[in-house]
Design a protein around this ligand. Structure first.
Ligand code: DQA
Length: 144
């Protein structure tokens, strides 16, 4: 089974960006952990990061025939991108929204996710573990 993993804006700076909030691991560390977990679950993954809303939408469209499921951290687009929300709804794949930090315990603007209603699940506040848990959940519950 194939899973598309998307990282949104500013996640390329993981490790140096607000490490007290997002951790000291880099995006390369995160991707290595994702690949290892995917291998252990027998999943094939493709991983992309973009700082651009339209690019993330293009990636969802381009992989809609390949991917059986999507794990996405939309970064700040989480809170206001109706275009990304529509793209997730359009491709009709099980999609798990993930966040490194616990968005429900942060500033009021971060507590709202406009993509949550079109995602199968939201996993937030577990650092890299949010992604790893999302892969397990995808494998065990949504790709049967
Ligand atoms: C984030 C939370 C968002 O509010 C923020 O804009 C990010 C990262 C997270 O992973 O905790 O860029 O999605």
């Amino acid at each position: 089974m194939n899973v598309l993993v998307l990282h949104g804006p500013n996640l390329n700076l993981l490790g140096e960006r607000e490490p007290e909030v997002y951790g000291k691991e880099t995006l390369a560390d995160l991707n290595a952990a994702v690949r290892k977990k995917a291998t252990s679950l027998g999943l094939a993954v493709k991983i992309f990061q973009s700082n651009h809303e339209g690019k993330l939408i293009d990636l969802l469209h381009a992989h809609r025939k390949w991917a059986h499921g999507v794990v996405i951290n939309p970064g700040a687009y989480t809170h206001y991108s109706y275009a990304l929300r529509d793209a997730i709804a359009s491709i009709q794949k099980p999609t798990i929204e993930v966040h490194l930090s616990d968005i429900k315990k942060r500033e009021p603007f971060r507590r709202v996710s406009v993509v949550e209603p079109v995602c199968s699940a939201q996993i937030s506040g577990k650092g890299i573990g949010s992604y790893l848990e999302a892969l397990s959940l995808m494998s065990n519950s949504y790709l049967k």
